[in-house]
Design a protein around this ligand. Structure first.
Ligand SMILES: C[C@](O)(CO)[C@H](O)COP(=O)(O)OP(=O)(O)OC[C@H]1O[C@@H](n2ccc(N)nc2=O)[C@H](O)[C@@H]1O
Ligand SMILES: Nc1ncnc2c1ncn2[C@@H]1O[C@H](COP(=O)(O)OP(=O)(O)OP(=O)(O)O)[C@@H](O)[C@H]1O
Length: 291
């Protein structure tokens, strides 16, 4: 019988899954609607998956070790969400297999693009396959939530309207779109923004059907702009071309534009001190069919 990993990306070797994508997300809006007793905030947000992200390679080990085989600047292996995700899956399932994991980082860290969370989600999805541990999508989402509030949506695997701390997900049908994304060159710690005294925490609830860019906002944006003026400068610059907004807790900002050409032109004219990308939406996670 074929090992499930045989149909892995980029290899026919059942011990390897190479080039597994970990896509970025945008929060098209983000409302803070309350706070739980444990300090975590209750949100309403729209997650949009993007056709752009990190990639990971997984190689089976039979000795149970989890090793990260690539360097990631500023993230020691023991803190890496990828390593933590692999250990969590081992502990949860009692699996005695291990893995060498190479992480090829493309997404800016602390960017609000969910890079670390997506890396963790891809690790759970890929190792569940490589180790044949057989967890369902829902079980992996629940496990992923232990690693971070943004992990479940990547396992859910499509654009979503999210409530709770971001884990109560409903699929969202959105037309394909082009975005320009700017990184203003600062890294914004998520916890610092959520802990800020000046954060609005009582935005009224909306219904999913009422979601529209014009009537929503990112409640974390004013706090991040106050503390990191480069975020505000990037929004102001991008807003010359199209309505611009911060994603997640920042620092990246984005605008939806009409075409590939517009995205190319705007990204190319970005001030040199910032990085800019033209990015297409992706309605499905590339590993969606693996669960
Ligand atoms: C801002 C978003 O990216 C929007 O999608 C997420 O809410 C953040 O998700 P994340 O990066 O996976 O965040 P976590 O690693 O779970 O949490 C980091 C810190 O942010 C704060 N936090 C996060 C999520 C949330 N709903 N309420 C919070 O108050 C907590 O202080 C937490 O200690
Ligand atoms: N594999 C990883 N990739 C990126 N960051 C990681 C990883 N593992 C741990 N981290 C830590 O997590 C922090 C946040 O990284 P990440 O890129 O996910 O932020 P983010 O895009 O703001 O996420 P979010 O949108 O989920 O808040 C980093 O500063 C880093 O210290």
């Amino acid at each position: 019988m074929d090992h499930p990993a045989l149909s892995g990306l980029g290899t026919a070797d059942p011990r390897r899954l190479l080039g597994c994508p970990a896509p970025a997300k945008l929060n098209l809006f983000l409302h803070v609607v309350g706070r739980r007793a444990d300090g975590y905030h209750l949100l309403q947000t729209a997650f949009r998956l993007l056709d752009w992200g990190d990639t990971l390679d997984f190689t089976l080990r039979t000795d149970g070790e989890i090793r990260r085989t690539s360097d990631v600047a500023g993230v020691p292996a023991e803190h890496d969400l990828v390593v933590r995700a692999a250990r969590l899956l081992q502990a949860h399932t009692g699996c005695r297999l291990g893995a060498d994991i190479a992480l090829h980082k493309v997404l800016p860290m602390g960017g609000g693009l969910g890079g670390g969370s997506s890396d963790a989600a891809t690790t759970l999805i890929a190792l569940n396959r490589l180790w044949d541990t057989g967890l369902t999508r829902t079980e992996l989402q629940t496990l992923g939530l232990q690693l971070g509030a943004d992990v479940p949506v990547f396992i859910f695997g499509c654009d979503a309207f999210a409530e709770g701390v971001g884990e109560a997900l409903q699929p969202l049908e959105l037309p394909p779109a082009w975005y320009v994304i700017l990184s203003p060159g600062v890294s914004v710690p998520t916890a610092e923004i959520f802990c800020a005294e000046d954060l609005t925490r009582n935005t009224p609830l909306i219904k999913m059907a009422d979601f529209a860019a014009s009537t929503t906002r990112n409640d974390l944006q004013p706090v991040a702009c106050n503390r990191y003026p480069e975020v505000k400068s990037a929004i102001d610059w991008l807003a010359q071309f199209a309505p611009a907004r911060m994603t997640g807790s920042g620092a990246c900002v984005f605008a939806e534009v009409a075409s590939d050409d517009d995205a190319e032109r705007i990204a190319a004219s970005c001030p040199e001190r910032w990085a800019a990308w033209k990015v297409r939406s992706a309605s499905r996670h590339p590993l969606y069919e693996w669960l």
